[in-house]
Design a protein around this ligand. Structure first.
Ligand SMILES: [Zn+2]
Ligand SMILES: [Zn+2]
Length: 135
């Protein structure tokens, strides 16, 4: 990686996390500890500044600090290095290293279970009198 790389002309969109080719797929994973630490740090800084600027007699009130479960980050991959569609539909652990050639088309974590079915859909399913159900 010591040789200088020519400036990429017009790189559009995100690049594959493994090879740097233009990405065609993406999935989500939780923030790694250092990534989340940056979020916390930025939030703390924001709060410190707000307190500095505020009237000392009337200090600002903040909600709870961000939680790791509030955040995901996008992982991008090209057509060669994408994981399966089923896996890409789930949120991956912060330790997930996908895409890694050795693991493809899977990854090395156990993704979080899918969210429960959309309550809206369940609620709007028509309710029928007893005996009217078909199939
Ligand atoms: Zn790739
Ligand atoms: Zn994973």
């Amino acid at each position: 990686m010591a040789t200088p790389t020519p400036v990429e002309p017009m790189t559009v969109g995100p690049a594959c996390a493994l090879c740097g080719e233009p990405a065609v797929v993406q999935w989500r994973r939780r923030l790694a500890d250092d990534e989340f630490a940056q979020i916390l740090e930025a939030e703390q800084k924001r709060r410190d500044e707000a307190i500095l600027l505020a009237d000392p007699a009337n200090p600002p009130v903040f909600g709870p600090m961000p939680q790791p479960s509030d955040y995901t980050t996008a992982v991008y991959a090209c057509a060669t290095h994408g994981i399966t569609l089923d896996l890409a539909a789930l949120v991956h652990r912060k330790t997930c290293t996908a895409p890694q050639t050795a693991d493809l088309p899977e990854c090395d974590c156990t993704p979080e279970p899918p969210p429960p079915p959309d309550e809206e859909l369940v609620r709007t399913a028509p309710r029928l009198p007893a005996g009217w159900h078909t199939g």
